[in-house]
Design a protein. Structure first.
Length: 284
């Protein structure tokens, strides 16, 4: 008797960041193959296109992106390869914050965000709407696997909710704590975990502080009792430690994306690392 095996086709996904990759994999499971277009250790804003990016885009069934203006290199890449991929802009799934801040500059530097901070994945609660948007796209591509995708998402969100309850409880004693950030990557994280961002070390996004601004910042930090400066791998650490020495605030080096630090190797360890490092800086 001849038995015919039907092998489900793999959905090829091009994710613009490792954080997007993690969320797509959480829903798609073994029915997706997700390749990332950027290296988190080098930031999300490459200045030139790489052949690998074009190859991944050309064969993708789905392009999943952060959106806003987080991928200034992407339009040129799409023009170059004319991909067949369906497009999923995950920024449309969430309610943005910090959109009222004027961020446009004449030189249009690629890491200046005209729509506010795009780091919405740093709020674990956003996993709910983000994975809902991913689920809709994957079901449209492969409707026969709807049940599997829904089950994957439910398991993932149950794990997120359990972990988030623990993270919130760990940081609960420090709700309302005033912090300063190296640059404006942390509003979603701060809102979720009850921190108050009082200032950014950058005078303007992407612009080092002037001596006058720096002096004012240090004075205000002393007056308001700011205890922590949140840094990330792209922060000017020498300057932040100088501010720390002048104010007594501790520097907490947090991780903005999966893979930007070896300890933050997946979605959950990203938050485990950040909560643990923040707690260390906050604990007297």
């Amino acid at each position: 008797m001849l038995v015919t095996l039907v092998v489900a086709a793999t959905i090829h996904v091009a994710a613009t960041t490792t954080d997007v990759r993690e969320l797509v994999m959480a829903v798609g499971g073994d029915r997706v193959r997700v390749e990332t277009l950027t290296d988190p250790s080098q930031g999300h804003h490459p200045r030139e296109l790489l052949p690998r990016q074009l190859t991944v885009l050309a064969k993708a069934d789905l392009l999943a992106r952060v959106g806003f203006d987080n991928e200034p290199w992407l339009p040129q890449a799409l023009r170059s390869v004319r991909p067949r991929a369906r497009d999923l802009d995950l920024s449309k799934a969430i309610t943005p914050i910090t959109t009222e801040t004027a961020r446009l500059r004449a030189d249009s530097r690629p890491h200046i965000h005209a729509f506010g901070s795009p780091n919405y994945w740093l709020d674990p609660e956003n996993a709910h709407p983000l994975t809902a948007a991913i689920l809709d796209k994957l079901m449209a591509i492969s409707p026969d696997h709807r049940a599997a995708f829904e089950q994957n998402r439910s398991r993932f969100l149950a794990k997120v909710d359990t972990a988030m309850a623990r993270w919130l409880e760990q940081l609960r004693p420090y709700r309302g704590t005033r912090v300063v950030v190296g640059h404006d990557a942390w509003p979603y994280f701060a809102r979720r975990f009850g921190l108050t961002i009082t200032a950014t070390v950058e005078e303007k996004p992407g612009v080092p502080p002037s001596p006058k601004y720096l002096a004012t910042l240090i004075d205000r930090m002393r007056q308001t009792g700011v205890r922590v400066i949140i840094a990330d791998p792209e922060s000017p650490m020498v300057l932040l430690h100088r501010i720390s020495g002048a104010t007594g605030a501790r520097v907490a080096l947090l991780v903005p994306s999966v893979g930007a630090d070896p300890a933050a190797s997946d979605y959950f360890t990203l938050f485990e690392v950040n909560v643990a490092r923040l707690l260390k800086a906050l604990t007297p």
